[in-house]
Design a protein around this ligand. Structure first.
Ligand SMILES: Nc1ncnc2c1ncn2[C@@H]1O[C@H](COP(=O)(O)OP(=O)(O)OP(=O)(O)O)[C@@H](O)[C@H]1O
Ligand SMILES: [Mg+2]
Length: 143
């Protein structure tokens, strides 16, 4: 587990970039945290690490956006999802098991439908601009 405290959006983005540097094809990132926590800011850092030049925004209405970088990024936002079943109905199987990075905001909406290798990122709001970011890799979660 690693725990980082950030004091502004730039720092959270940098934490995302650093985690992005450690990712390999097929990795899945599940990001949880309340509205405005910084999930998309974190995703932008991951995208930067993947050399994605296109601006990454919250795919709230489209649910999934795909970006091309040194690996594809499948950026999902499940905020509007009803049940975990709907997650599988989206046809995400191929993305989760492909050669890109799947990054899922509001991943709690996917219930048990995420692979076991999922890396979990929790962002908590601490006062106005403070954030507590906890990253748990599956090998640690099992321990
Ligand atoms: N330490 C910080 N880390 C990240 N964002 C911060 C921080 N301090 C302030 N902010 C601000 O909080 C907001 C985070 O917005 P962002 O869209 O990333 O949240 P989100 O978790 O994706 O929300 P949503 O659930 O609506 O998708 C931005 O306006 C950002 O500038
Ligand atoms: Mg967002």
């Amino acid at each position: 587990m690693s725990l980082v405290i950030t004091a502004n959006a730039g720092e959270t983005r940098k934490v995302g970039r650093t985690l992005g540097d450690s990712l390999k094809p097929g990795d899945v990132l599940a990001i949880t945290g309340p509205l405005g926590a910084g999930k998309t800011v974190f995703a932008q850092g991951v995208a930067e690490s993947l050399d994605i030049r296109e601006a990454v925004t919250s795919p709230t209405y489209t649910i999934i956006s795909e970006y091309e970088g040194r690996m594809p990024l499948y950026h999902m936002d499940l905020y509007r999802l009803g049940t975990p079943d709907e997650f599988t109905w989206l046809g995400v199987e191929e993305m989760l098991n492909g050669n890109g990075i799947s990054l899922i905001e509001w991943s709690e909406k996917a219930g048990e439908e995420l692979p076991e290798r999922t890396i979990s990122v929790r962002i908590e709001i601490e006062a106005d601009d403070g954030r507590i970011i906890t990253i748990i890799r599956p090998e640690e979660a099992a321990a």
